[in-house]
Ligand binder design. Sequence first.
Ligand code: GLU
Length: 277
Amino acid sequence: MKVKQWRFGLLTTLLMLIMVVSGCGSRSLATKNILKEDQKTQAITWGVKADTRLFGLMDVKDNQIKGFEIDLAKALTKEMLGKNGQAKFIQVNSQTRMPLLKNGNIDAIIATMTITPEREKQVDFSRSYFDAGQAILVKNGSPIKNVADLNQKKATVLGVVGSNSVQTIKKFAPKAKLMQLSDYSQALTALKSGQGDALTTDNGILYGMAAENPGYSVVGGTFTKEPYGVAVNKNQTDFRNAVNVALTKIEKSGDYNRLLKKWFGHVKGFNYKEVQR
Ligand code: GLU
């Protein structure tokens, strides 16, 4: 009898082992080494913004997404995979980036995403590749001059679902009314149509909007620190480390500063030299 029980136990263990090795559902994703797979296919699939001027914006003329993060992702890809390495891009927004990464649709997120302790519970981050800070955008001549005015005047502030900006603004302006839109183009449209008194997110994103809409300005300076990181799934330490090594090379070669100058050098009000490396 005892022998039979022992055999049954062994059989169950073996069956479980086969299930794990053959890969069932999310387990297969967790055991994959994304860096090794990408080295084989010579391609990295990045989740990028396509609604955010200066960082990642779809150019309808040639159907290409363009911006600082796109160029940086291309440079990182070449460092990580060699000169034949190809960067592939999938559009994400503040709301969809995390689920798309978790489901394995993308290898990494490079999409204006701040490294925060809450997010670090779900994903791993590279070290910061851009130093942003939260600010507000208003119509020129607006009585709102800074975040304190938003609070005092109980103004309506617009933000985007899935951004940490909407959480942060509740702390800085608890009396303001918050309206959340699904992406930045919708939030800007809402501001322009007078549905809100201000739009809040990171300064770099807001400067991109102001550059295209001269009737609007970034006011009051930044009131938080928003270091952007490349996010990868937990257990993808090889990939994360490779991003960090590649980033250091790009910074040391001067390419990082060249990209900063290309995208932010002519942006009125934004001193790109402050964020140079
Ligand atoms: N950096 C902020 C965030 O990670 C705001 C920008 C965005 O929505 O992507 O949430």
